[in-house]
Design a binder for this molecule. Structure first.
Ligand code: HEM
Length: 224
């Protein structure tokens, strides 16, 4: 389908009041990143083996007393796989941003009329068993030895969108999310609140333009 224009968001989501462009960029940049971080930490706390493996990779790559730096990220393939898996199961923008068809087009034998509002449900793509083996399982290993990436070329994983209107903040978000996650788990061990079991962690999603956790994660850092 030809790249289509972006309709005015507040025409479709009246809850979104028009804000100045600086405010837009600030909101787009901070919210998606902390949402990703919260889901990633939640998955790591629910999957202690994956947490241990990620911490071991960090221990072998970054000296314990040293803070993680941006330049370390390329040497942390398992951490990168955790971020990919977090984006697959918990994409912060589950429907990307709406598009409008500039002209009538046929996509996979469906006719999309001119001016139709088009939403891409990447949440559903991430859960599709025709694309992913055991889709409900949080399994970063699925990316090891695979070239799949989220920079807009592999359409099964497009948390930042794709094409001309792909998220312009991707390079910054890439650095922030990896660096923050790596720093949290390199500097601290983590546990759930007293008396809470792994299966008690609430994984409900608050569905909207962004896909937040319905109940904020509460985790306790332990100085390692
Ligand atoms: C984990 C972090 C982030 C995710 C998952 C994310 C995701 C997205 C997605 C899916 C879109 C819509 C793309 C489309 O419809 O094809 C978008 C647009 C946008 N993002 Fe991000 N984003 C993130 C971080 C950031 C950051 C850090 C900034 C800026 C500093 C930013 C600024 C923007 C802006 C300005 C747009 C609108 C672009 C347009 O209208 O063409 N984002 N983002």
């Amino acid at each position: 389908m030809e790249e289509a224009g972006r309709p005015n968001l507040s025409d479709y989501f009246p809850v979104l009041k028009p804000v100045d462009r600086q405010g837009d960029v600030f909101a787009a940049g901070t919210e998606s990143s902390w949402i990703t971080l919260e889901w990633a930490m939640t998955e790591l706390l629910r999957n202690p083996d994956i947490m241990k493996k990620a911490q071991l990779e960090l221990k072998q790559t970054v000296v314990k007393e040293k803070l993680v730096e941006e330049s370390d990220i390329v040497q942390l393939p398992y951490l990168q796989a955790i971020v990919k898996e977090t984006f697959r199961l918990h994409p912060p923008a589950p429907l990307l941003l709406p598009r409008r068809a500039e002209r009538e087009v046929i996509v996979c034998s469906f006719t999309v009329p001119k001016d139709a509002l088009v939403m891409v449900n990447i949440w559903a793509i991430g859960q599709d068993p025709n694309i992913w083996a055991n889709p409900t399982l949080f399994n970063p290993d699925r990316y090891l030895g695979s070239d799949i990436d989220f920079r807009g070329h592999d359409f099964e994983l497009i948390p930042f969108g794709a094409g001309r209107r792909i998220c312009p903040g991707l390079p910054l978000a890439y650095r922030m999310v990896h660096l923050m996650l790596a720093s949290l788990i390199h500097s601290y061990d983590w546990k759930l609140e007293e008396g809470m079991k792994l299966e008690d962690v609430n994984m409900d999603e608050h569905f909207g333009i962004s896909l937040q956790k319905a109940e904020p994660l509460r985790a306790i850092p332990i100085k390692g």
